[in-house]
Design a protein around this ligand. Structure first.
Ligand SMILES: CC(C)(COP(=O)(O)OP(=O)(O)OC[C@H]1O[C@@H](n2cnc3c(N)ncnc32)[C@H](O)[C@@H]1OP(=O)(O)O)[C@@H](O)C(=O)NCCC(=O)NCCS
Length: 364
């Protein structure tokens, strides 16, 4: 048995076959089509595998480094996915080893945190991940009312990636992408792209539903002005002839409010599972953000295996990194973490959760 180690170039075909057989036995496409940036020759160094010497793959996971901009600063994240062990070799610690190797690769890249999307909470908690980030899911009513405002609507994946990039770049938070990245994302199977165009044929809004085996019925990527997005959603619901949901970062408050006024119902959830990879560096960035938010006296210190969190002289200490995740990314409010005094709770609740978000195309 060898590994965990990165994937070799000549192994790509067998590797994709292994993942597709294990994770997508029913679908008519290869898993590499679903994750065109992560399962790609350019990302081989960030894949970790355990393989029988000259034999079958036994366990694997894929890591993709992302640079995420948000009002709290620039963060580097290690997005992890396609975690699998072949059924005959489960419960021997192989996935744990592969994930630890991915985390190490993330640290080597200087990532601030690792993030993954799963429902196996207990499995990932053992490796130090915690549910974090705030997600709002809205069910879009089938009879949503919106003024089409002279727009022309289309459902087609054949859209100029640069036009989408122009709107995507207006988001205050998300990964840094190129037009080429978006061109690849547009080809992901089982995905519907809705667009709204003005009289000059300029893209005004887009919304993407579905992504391979995931996010069916969920609009996980969208962009454009609220007045253009609402009629686009009306078109999407009518064309898909089934209920649709939209996933949004909680800080898109104007959009969420208008969707709710148009009859959408809101459910809150979490973005994913997060593990901080380099606490001193990460906390320094967060302190800088706190300073920019006029909370100069915020205390966020790692010391002697503990974390000291507070404001002025009101300090709480914890040895659980999970507390940092739940406070800084949400969904926990400071007052739910510890009975801080009023000033500290109010200060923390002004700063946290940080408005960080990862859009659906980046979920590995
Ligand atoms: C989940 C999976 C990757 C674990 O692989 P593995 O090599 O058996 O994992 P390890 O041996 O390192 O760890 C096993 C531990 O996880 C726990 N575990 C395994 N599957 C679990 C599950 N579905 N839910 C919760 N815990 C689980 C085991 O109880 C064991 O715990 P223990 O160490 O306390 O005994 C493997 O079961 C698998 O490939 N499943 C199908 C694909 C999948 O669901 N991938 C995850 C996508 S997010």
């Amino acid at each position: 048995m060898e590994g965990p180690r990165p994937l070799h170039e000549h192994e790509m075909g067998d590797f994709v076959q292994f993942l597709s057989t294990q994770l997508r036995p029913q679908s008519g496409w290869s898993i590499a089509e679903e994750y065109p940036l992560a399962i790609h020759f350019s990302n081989l160094n960030n894949v970790r595998v355990i393989r029988e010497t000259d034999g079958n793959f036994l366990s694997a996971a894929v890591m993709k480094p992302l640079i995420i901009k948000c009002p709290a600063g620039l963060f580097k994240a290690a997005a992890i996915g396609s975690v699998v062990t072949s059924p005959d070799h489960r419960n021997k610690g192989l996935s744990t080893k592969v994930l630890e190797a991915c985390i190490e690769a993330g640290r080597d890249h200087g990532c601030d945190f690792a993030i993954l999307w799963t429902n196996l909470y207990d499995f990932y908690r053992k490796i130090g991940f915690e549910l974090g980030g705030v997600e709002v899911s809205l069910s879009i009513p089938e009879n949503i009312q919106a003024d089409p405002a002279g727009l022309r609507f289309m459902q087609s994946n054949r859209v100029d990636p640069e036009a989408i990039l122009r709107l995507y770049s207006q988001h205050t938070t998300g990964s840094i992408r190129t037009g080429e990245d978006i061109r690849k994302f547009l080809q992901i199977p089982n995905s519907r792209v809705y667009t709204a165009w003005d009289a000059e044929n300029k893209l005004q809004a887009y919304a993407v539903e579905g992504k391979g085996a995931d996010l069916d019925g969920y609009i996980h990527e969208w962009g454009g002005g609220v007045s253009k997005l609402l009629p686009l959603l009306q078109f999407a619901v009518k064309s898909s002839k089934r209920p649709l949901h939209l996933i949004s970062p909680s800080h898109a408050q104007n959009f969420i409010r208008q969707l709710k006024e148009a009859g959408a119902t809101e459910h809150s959830g979490v973005l994913g599972m997060i593990k901080i990879l380099n606490a001193p560096n990460f906390l320094l960035k967060i302190k800088k953000y706190a300073r920019a938010m006029n909370a100069e006296d915020t205390v966020l210190e790692p010391r002697d295996g503990k974390y000291y969190l507070g404001y002025k002289s009101e300090i709480f200490s914890t040895d659980a990194e999970a507390d940092l995740v739940r406070l800084i990314f949400g969904p926990l409010k400071a007052s739910q973490l510890h009975p801080f005094d009023k000033e500290t709770s109010e200060t923390f609740e002004k700063i946290f959760p940080i408005p960080m978000w990862v859009w659906g195309w980046d979920s590995v």
